[in-house]
Design a protein around this ligand. Structure first.
Ligand code: UDP
Length: 457
C-alpha cells in the first residue's frame, strides 16, 4: 500500500518567495494532501501577524518554523552574512525537522519536499533522506533557461568566468527568446562585484539542483513564454499562482495590508486609477521619491501609491511641500496594499511596477497595463518582456542623471492610458493566463500531473 502523501514546502525567507509558495501549498492542500509549510522563525512571526484569526484556509496547512541562525539584533540587511549564516545552520535544522516529523506517530512521514530554488540546499537534504523533491522556480522561465546556457556561453567566450559579457553585443540563447542587454542580465550588479559573484554562482548552480529534482515547478504558464519553456528539460509551468478562496487570507504578506485602499478604490471611476508599487525591497533616493510624487500629482489621474516605511534609502525626509494637501481626495497613500485585490479592482487603469516576477504575473493575470520601473536582477528582462514581447506596457526612462522625471511620468501615463492596442493585448493575455488554469488548460494539466505523480512516488 502506498504511503499517504505529506508535502513539506520551504520558501526562501523573503516576500516574493513566501507568497507564491503559500499559494502553491494551499492549492496542494485543496487536493486533500497534508502540507507542512516551513518558515524561518523571523518570517513566521510576520506571516502569522498578517493572517486574520480563523481565516478561511487557515487549517488546511500546518505552519512550522526553524531557526535561520541569525541573532535577534543582527543586521538582516547584510546580505552576505545573512546568507552564510543561513547556509551553515538551516540545512541541519531542516534535516532535524524532517526526521522529527518522520519519527512522530501522530502524522504521516514526509513524502515530498518542495523547495524554492533559492534554498536549493533543501533539495539536497531531501535527496540525502531519500525523499522525492520538486524545485520551485519563483522567477520567469527565461532566466531558468539562461542557467542551462551559462557553461556553454563561458566556453564560447561570450561570458568570462565571472559572468561578465565579453563584448557589447546582445546575449541570445535561442531565436524565440528575447536577448539580454549586457547590463540587464539577472546577475548584473553595476558597482557591486561581490553581489554579482553571489548571484552568478547561484544561477550557475541551478542546473545541478534542477537535475537532482523529480519535478521543476515554474510559476508561469506555457503560453506566456513557450520558447524559454522549451529550453528547460522537464519544466512544469503551473502558474500563475494566484490567491484562491482558501488562500485569500493566506496571502503570505510580511506586512499588514491596509484594506482601506479597497473602499477608496470603490469610490473612484472605472479604469481611472494609477496603482504604484515597487514591491518589497526596491528603494528610491529622496530626489527620485519627490519626482515620483510630483509626477503622480501632475498626471491629473487618481492614484494609489504604496509607500513602504523603507522605500527611500537612508530615511524618508518627507513628501514635497504641500503635496499631501494638494492631492487630498485624489491620491491615496498606504504602507502596504492587498495587491492582488487592488489589481483586480475595476477602478485600476494601470500599474507602475518594478516588474518583480510576482507583480508581473499578478498584473498580467488581471489584464492591467504596466508602466515599468525595474530596479534590479530579473526585473529589467521582465520589463523587456512586458514592453517588447507581450506589448502590455511602456517603459519609464531615466534622464541623463538617472532620474525618472515628473515629466516622463506624466507623459507616459497619458500615452499608456490612450493606447488601445496595449489595453487589448493586456486583456488578451489575461484571458490566456486564466484559460491556462481551468480544466484542460496547460497549467491545470501540469499541476494535476504533478499531483498524480507525487502521490504515487
Ligand atoms: N505586494 C503586496 N502589497 C504591496 C506590494 C506588494 O501584497 O503593497 C506583494 C505583491 O502582490 C507580490 C509581492 O508583494 O506578490 C512582491 O513580489 P515581487 O516578486 O513582485 O517583488 P519583490 O518584492 O520580490 O521585489
Amino acid at each position: 500500500m502506498s504511503k499517504q502523501p505529506h508535502v513539506l514546502v520551504i520558501p526562501y525567507p523573503a516576500q516574493g518567495h513566501v507568497a507564491p509558495l503559500l499559494k502553491l501549498a494551499t492549492k496542494i492542500a485543496e487536493h486533500g494532501i497534508k502540507v507542512t509549510f516551513v518558515n524561518t522563525e523571523f518570517i513566521e512571526a510576520k506571516v502569522m501577524a498578517s493572517i486574520p484569526e480563523k481565516a478561511e484556509g487557515w487549517s488546511l496547512i500546518k505552519f512550522v518554523s526553524i531557526s535561520d541562525g541569525i541573532e535577534r539584533d543582527d543586521d538582516r540587511k547584510d546580505f552576505d552574512k545573512t546568507r552564510n549564516t543561513m547556509l551553515r545552520v538551516m540545512p541541519g535544522n531542516l534535516k532535524d525537522l524532517i526526521e522529527k516529523i518522520n519519527q512522530s506517530s501522530d502524522c504521516e512521514q514526509i513524502t515530498c519536499v518542495i523547495a524554492d530554488i533559492s534554498v536549493r540546499w533543501a533539495l539536497e537534504v531531501a535527496q540525502n533522506l531519500g525523499v522525492s523533491r520538486a524545485a520551485f522556480i519563483p522567477y520567469g522561465p527565461e532566466n531558468l533557461a539562461l542557467s542551462f546556457h551559462v557553461t556553454k556561453m563561458i566556453e564560447d567566450g561570450i561570458l568570462d568566468s565571472n559572468g561578465n559579457p565579453m563584448n557589447d553585443g546582445l546575449i541570445s540563447i535561442s531565436e524565440g527568446t528575447l536577448p539580454w542587454k549586457r547590463n540587464e542580465i539577472c546577475w548584473s550588479c553595476r558597482g557591486n562585484e561581490k553581489m554579482q559573484k553571489i548571484l552568478f554562482e547561484s544561477i550557475c548552480a541551478v542546473v545541478q539542483f534542477v537535475n537532482i529534482s523529480n519535478w521543476v515547478l515554474s510559476n508561469s504558464f506555457y503560453e506566456l513564454d513557450p520558447s524559454s519553456c522549451d529550453l528547460v528539460p522537464n519544466i512544469l509551468p503551473i502558474g500563475p499562482l494566484l490567491a484562491s478562496n482558501n488562500s485569500r487570507h493566506l496571502a503570505g504578506s510580511l506586512r499588514p495590508e491596509d484594506s482601506t485602499c479597497l473602499s477608496w478604490l470603490d469610490k473612484q471611476s472605472i479604469g481611472s486609477v494609477i496603482y504604484v508599487s515597487l514591491g518589497s525591497t526596491a528603494t528610491l533616493n529622496q530626489q527620485q521619491f519627490e519626482e515620483l510624487a510630483l509626477g503622480l500629482e501632475s498626471s491629473s489621474q487618481p492614484f494609489l501609491w504604496v509607500v513602504r516605511s523603507d522605500l527611500v534609502d537612508g530615511s524618508l525626509t518627507g513628501f514635497p511641500d504641500g503635496f499631501k494637501e494638494r492631492i487630498t481626495g485624489r491620491g491615496k497613500i498606504v504602507e502596504w496594499a492587498a495587491q492582488e485585490k487592488v489589481l483586480a479592482h475595476p477602478s485600476v487603469a494601470c500599474f507602475v511596477s518594478h516588474c518583480g516576477w510576482n507583480s508581473t504575473l499578478e498584473g498580467l493575470s488581471m489584464g492591467v497595463p504596466f508602466l515599468c520601473w525595474p530596479y534590479f536582477v530579473d526585473q529589467y528582462q521582465n520589463r523587456n518582456y512586458i514592453c517588447e514581447a507581450w506589448k502590455i506596457g511602456l517603459n519609464l526612462c531615466p534622464d541623463g542623471n538617472g532620474i525618472v522625471t515628473r515629466h516622463e511620468i506624466q507623459t507616459k501615463v497619458t500615452k499608456l492610458l490612450s493606447d488601445e492596442g496595449i489595453k487589448r493585448n493586456a486583456l488578451k493575455l489575461k484571458e490566456t493566463a486564466i484559460n491556462s488554469l481551468v480544466e484542460g488548460g496547460s497549467s491545470f494539466e501540469n499541476f494535476e500531473r504533478f499531483i498524480v505523480e507525487m502521490k504515487s512516488s
